[in-house]
Design a protein around this ligand. Sequence first.
Ligand SMILES: Nc1ncnc2c1ncn2[C@@H]1O[C@H](COP(=O)(O)OP(=O)(O)OP(=O)(O)O)[C@@H](O)[C@H]1O
Ligand SMILES: [Mg+2]
Length: 273
Amino acid sequence: MIEFRGVHKTYDNGTKALKDVNINIDKGEFVFIVGASGAGKSTFLKLIMREEVPNAGEVIVNGYKLSKLKRREIPYLRRTMGIVFQDFRLIPTMTVFDNVAFAMRVTGASKREVRKRVPYILGLVGLQNKARNFPQELSGGEQQRVSLARALVNNPSLIIADEPTGNIDPEMSYEIMELLTEINRRGTTILVVTHEHDLVQAFSRRVIVIDDGTVVSDVAGTAEPPAASAPSAGNAVVADVLDTIQDVPTEKESDTVDAVLADIIGRNGGDEQ
Ligand SMILES: Nc1ncnc2c1ncn2[C@@H]1O[C@H](COP(=O)(O)OP(=O)(O)OP(=O)(O)O)[C@@H](O)[C@H]1O
Ligand SMILES: [Mg+2]
């Protein structure tokens, strides 16, 4: 599902964030990515969601070489992913409910679907009582869970979570990981960046260690593999989405909305080419 072939990423200021990364992640896997601060973990994720592009090598997702993806195709790639950003990227002018609902509405979901699904997802992350609150009225951990709810709401085939429990107490962190495990059991591929070694130990999944831009260890997990998931859809996943989904309706409320929209589904205002 995800393949890195000889990937190098050097930022404009000369920082070598990733050096010759070669990795395969299959559909249905649950992978922890660990490493010191500045090691290159977020960069690794940003290449998968095509927020950054490599200087050399190829990143392949669902059979598509991301370097060949046209800008207008990025939204369709992002729609196959649920992304939990390290810095949350919530929309401050929207309630918790709307922050999550918004991600559904841009895919053309009906009012009825939104009214049913959003409270269910907020319940899963323990925020059913915060639906009417605004992000600035929430604790860091609560904001993080809104970000997770938004990532889950469209039932993506891949969840990419950058420190999803970084601001959450140990008990809630454990519950969040259990939730991700359950979602994985249903066939969703999950990548989780974390600093929490206790969690990594407790869940016994594949662990990729990145140190100073290099993958220094990649050890398979001992946890029971997910139950036979649906047959691998391979290229069909993105192809299907490309074929069937109409253009994204524009929903302009503010520049922040546009920016978050670009982050979560790859659309950037009138930036189509
Ligand atoms: N936009 C950028 N421009 C220049 N350098 C960057 C940029 N983003 C990240 N870097 C640098 O690239 C390296 C890897 O950064 P990255 O964000 O991938 O680390 P990380 O492993 O996610 O760290 P953390 O655990 O602190 O989140 C670091 O040296 C960082 O300073
Ligand atoms: Mg990071």
